[in-house]
Design a protein around this ligand. Sequence first.
Ligand code: FAD
Length: 423
Amino acid sequence: MSDVVIIGGGPAGSVLGSYLSMAGVSNVILEKAVFPRPHVGESMVSSTVRIFDEIGFLPTMEAEGFTRKYGAAWHPTKGKGEFAIRFAEFPQDGVNQDYTYHVERGRFDQLLLEHAQGLGSEILQPAAVRKVLFDEDGYASGVRVSIDGELSDIPAKLVIDCSGRNTVLGTQLGLRVKDPIFNQFAVSGWFENVHRSDDPETSEYIHIYFLPAERGWAWQIPISDTVTSIGVAAEREVFKQSRQRTEDYFDDMVSKSPGLAKAMENAVSINELNSEADYSYAMSSFVGDGWMLVGDAARFVDPIFSSGISIAAEAAKYASQEIITALETGDVSQEALQPYEDRIKMGVAIWYEFILLYYKLMHLFTYFIESKEHRLQILQLLQGEVYDRENAPVLDAMREVIRTVEETPGHLWKDHLTDIPIN
Ligand SMILES: Cc1cc2nc3c(=O)[nH]c(=O)nc-3n(C[C@H](O)[C@H](O)[C@H](O)COP(=O)(O)OP(=O)(O)OC[C@H]3O[C@@H](n4cnc5c(N)ncnc54)[C@H](O)[C@@H]3O)c2cc1C
């Protein structure tokens, strides 16, 4: 019997399996899909580099030749200019490179899962977990899994749900709470012949285009030399009200940004458009007796700053530390696992506040990027390096400017304020 059963072999499951295997903790990863499989979420922030380094995965990333991501650029709704930042402006402790990566998720997830296997994780695939089992004391004691159409039970001392937005255990326990503010809808696809930038320096950055629609924006992510991922996101109501077919809606949104329209002038679609909805939620608890939730299985925050894989990987790292201690002491109770939840909630809350302030006044964001005083702190946040609210005073500065705009009659930015609640 493995000490730990991990549901899902996405980034959260594979990073967790890797750390546990490195510490000599036996673990089995159950993944329902056959890899490679497509997945949304193709651009990373820099903090993942440190994790890949720690688990020995960086050489694989380099050997595979994933696109290097040196920075990010934003395009305002009107005009064609861009506001860019380069990660090298803010070197990170313990990171020996000034770039992170954009990835084809099918390939990346497969390599990461194989890496966990190489370190000692047992992989069962395709293996779909049907439910988590509990003993008479209410402790998670294993899972019921379907392999080749046969159901079997796999016992474990700890069950860790890394099933992403499937939220296997959160749904089973009724923990899912819909986000009170965000209800976004995204459509994306891959294209060739995208004109990525006029500036060669930023052509391999992620490009974010502001769209003139409620919480509207678009991403441009270079997957390879020739393939570019383009996605448009906005409040779901915008799509509903448009009454358009998904393809027409996508084209229409692209045409709303002069910068993106130019980039897509000669673009050729190479796959079907994929749409994603209802992707913002949180589980009311991330830990319980004998179980933990990691990555999207615990919480999903809006993807505007490409934070998903980083949060999943960081959470997996902290989960592994708690798991190792819990197995050593023999105490796998909710109380013993609670420090993991506290830490991850604090980190995600910072991302969430940053995202709220961003949507409250998008103009503020470009203003802060341009500001000497705040630029580096914004960059630090964007790299995913902040897990303590006290180290993010730039969020207070953003709030201060928003208050000034709200309270100053005739302020130039007043019309740009949205009604999103930020308190
Ligand atoms: C529109 C959109 C854009 C995004 N853009 C970005 C981005 O640019 N950058 C970024 O970092 N993130 C982005 N994300 C978020 C990112 O996709 C996720 O945060 C990330 O994949 C989380 O990893 P995970 O391992 O928790 O979950 P996943 O990657 O979803 O992995 C979960 C795995 O569990 C498996 N599974 C599910 N159910 C079961 C079951 N019952 N039994 C066994 N296995 C199961 C699934 O097959 C899957 O392989 C975006 C998300 C959306 C919706």
